[in-house]
Design a protein around this ligand. Structure first.
Ligand code: ZN
Length: 281
């Protein structure tokens, strides 16, 4: 190898190293940049350490990690996403485990530089835990780390499960409103989430929630369902979530897109999908 070839190689290596350093410093910079997180699912945000502590098997932890930590989630099927939630739900069937899981999730967000977090979860009952106790446990986790003396403010959005019938959903709303009276500084809003192939949006129920002072942040257009997307947009939530099939280029209808542009409803999402969504505007 002659001098010219050697210096060429050196320059190449230097450029590669510089690229690497730049990348590292950007990561560090981004990590410490103060952030707000407006669309975090409690059951989709657990780390492997807490899953292990809560008694999860190694293969379930690997599956959970694979699906929640991959940057490109476009290949994940809906079923795979719900399998992830199932793993977390199985690990949090007691008040203590719900509390520990909530605390761990908030600690992770603090480490990532999040200063304002809106955590969302669906109240559920288990053999030894009522829906009220589930909510109390999440709030206990929030209260242990959130507030003016801490590095983060955490608010809670409680969800109505799409799989539930009208009566169960109405009961859930009553519980959410009752708990909001008790914790008005923490419980701020209501969501409609779960498997988008199940159930349908009930505008009257969410109107009732809105009349009682809850903000509405509704999962919308996660699958192609123009009728429901239209009803949600007409209702006019404070925010919508995901909106994957809202734009006509991604399977949405022009009518809904025009309605969305008129209503100007903010979209809350995971960063990579938000970026794709913004790019499509
Ligand atoms: Zn979501």
């Amino acid at each position: 190898m002659n001098v010219m070839e050697e210096s060429g190689l050196l320059v190449e290596k230097l450029e590669e190293t510089l690229k690497h350093i730049k990348k590292l410093s950007m990561r560090t910079y981004l990590k410490f940049l103060p952030k707000i997180e407006l669309h975090a699912h409690l059951n989709g945000s657990l780390n492997d350490k807490i899953l292990k502590e809560l008694g999860c098997e190694e293969d379930s932890i690997m599956q959970y990690k694979k699906l929640t930590q991959s940057i490109d989630k476009s290949d994940n099927t809906l079923q795979e996403c719900f399998d992830v939630f199932k793993i977390a739900q199985n690990a949090t069937k007691t008040q203590e485990s719900v509390y520990l899981a909530t605390k761990s999730v908030i600690e992770d967000f603090v480490r990532d530089g999040v200063v304002y977090l809106e955590l969302r979860t669906t109240p559920r009952s288990e053999i030894n835990m009522s829906k009220e106790e589930y909510i109390e446990s999440v709030i206990r986790g929030i209260e242990s780390l959130s507030g003016s003396k801490e590095k983060i403010f955490v608010k809670l959005i409680l969800s109505i499960d799409r799989r539930h019938d009208k009566k169960t959903s109405e009961e859930s709303l009553k519980i959410i409103l009752k708990m909001r009276e008790k914790y008005p500084n923490i419980i701020k809003g209501i969501d409609f989430s779960g498997n988008p192939n199940a159930g349908e949006f009930d505008a009257a129920l969410f109107e009732e929630a809105r009349k009682n002072g809850l903000k509405t942040s509704i999962h919308c257009a996660e699958i192609q369902n123009d009728d429901e997307t239209k009803r949600i947009l007409e209702f006019g939530p404070d925010r919508i979530g995901h909106a994957t099939y809202l734009h006509p280029l991604y399977g949405g209808s022009q009518e809904n897109w025009d309605l969305y542009c008129k209503k100007k409803i903010p979209v809350g999402n995971e960063p990579i999908q938000s970026l794709m969504f913004l790019c499509s505007l």
